[in-house]
Design a protein around this ligand. Structure first.
Ligand code: FAD
Length: 325
């Protein structure tokens, strides 16, 4: 039943009435405006969560559009400060122009990261599809070499290259490397990525192990029990955990309002009970808060890029008890 319904969702994506997409996205998107994102963070702050805020939008077609993102993220930083939220920001490098004009895109990202540094705020560069994997990593390395260490990127377990990326980042950044590790939402070509569920989980877990061993900060972004449980075992093996100073001899100095060498990260609206359980056990858990007027395009693109989201939506619709916010 879930399989049939999810196929229907994906097949009819572009013809879906906007109200239906809005109804689905309401759960995963804080709203159209910063005011909506602030309201969601206020509510979840009372549960002890921390946040990373994403202004919806990605690949732009002219550099003028990048200016919008810069301005909006400045507003986000002010709001975070004003309300005293435990939050950082997540930006999409292509929304800052990395694909259409790499030099100007880099300048925009540098501006953003240095403004954040003044507020002692961390900036996560979300990882987009394989066209920008190398350039996104290069941006992080370049910024660190300029003394801007409040920035880190995301690596995707499904990509074959990920373990070697961790090794080369260990060489260039040492334990200052600060990762989000996830499976990767983009369905990448078979010659560069794992495509089966088990292979992706195993590769993601191997990346988590490599990151912990390198002394890096590890933000594990997954709702999947085999990944969460693997992380919990890895923490135990390293003597890490809630309330314990990171005991790894090679641990980096990870400030910027972070946990003791690691944190869990979840998407807004997904697996709330699991997030609250991790919180209750004392783990730092960060909720990814997307908001913005581009909620429609964002939702449709996500569904088209990765049909498994259709099955998550179907499951959330037909079996809401499996995925309470
Ligand atoms: P799955 O096996 O896909 O999910 C496990 C269970 O979680 C599902 O059975 C379902 O119950 C629930 N679930 C998962 N996703 C959803 C959903 N969307 N809706 C409803 N239920 C769901 N990918 C990138 O490529 N680049 C990034 O920068 C990036 N940043 C991320 C940041 C965060 C905080 C998170 C949590 C994910 C991010 N992702 C990113 C997406 C990630 O790569 C996966 O595609 C996504 O998390 C689904 O994988 P999973 O490990 O949660 O496991």
């Amino acid at each position: 039943m879930v399989g049939w319904f999810s196929k229907l969702i994906v097949a009819t994506t572009v013809r879906m009435p906007k109200w239906f997409v809005r109804w689905v996205s309401r759960r995963y998107v804080a709203g159209d405006s910063l005011v909506d994102a602030v309201a969601v963070m206020k509510r979840l702050s009372s549960e002890g969560a921390c946040f990373t805020v994403d202004v919806l939008g990605e690949e732009i077609s002219s550099m003028d559009e990048a200016a919008f993102f810069l301005e909006e993220y400045i507003r986000v930083m002010h709001a975070i400060k004003e309300h005293g939220f435990d939050a950082n920001i997540s930006i999409k490098p292509t929304a800052f122009g990395l694909l259409i004009d790499p030099e100007k895109g880099m300048d925009n990202i540098r501006k953003m990261v240095s403004m954040a540094a003044e507020e002692n705020m961390f900036v996560r560069l979300d990882m987009e599809d394989h066209r920008v994997t190398t350039s996104t990593i290069e941006v992080v390395v370049a910024l660190h070499s300029e003394g801007l260490t409040n920035v880190g990127t995301v690596l995707q377990g499904r990509l074959f290259r990920t373990l070697s990326d961790i090794d080369s980042l260990e060489t260039s950044l040492g334990p200052a490397a600060d990762y989000r590790i996830c499976k990767g939402i983009y369905l990448e070509p078979e010659d560069i990525s794992f495509t089966g569920y088990r292979d992706i989980v195993d590769a993601t877990n191997a990346a988590i192990d490599r990151m912990f061993a390198a002394g890096a900060y590890v933000g594990v972004a997954s709702h999947d029990l085999p990944v969460i449980n693997h992380t919990l075992s890895a923490l135990e093996a390293h003597g890490m955990g809630p309330g314990v100073d990171d005991p790894r001899p090679n641990a980096g100095d990870h400030r910027h309002h972070k946990g003791p060498g690691y944190e869990f990260q979840l998407l807004l609206g997904v697996r709330g009970p699991m997030r609250r359980r991790l919180l209750a056990e004392g783990h730092r858990t960060r909720v990814y808060i997307p908001y913005g007027e581009k909620w429609y395009e964002y939702s449709i693109r996500r569904l088209q890029e990765n049909p498994t989201i259709g099955s998550h939506v179907a499951k959330a619709f037909l079996m809401p008890w499996t995925n309470r916010p």
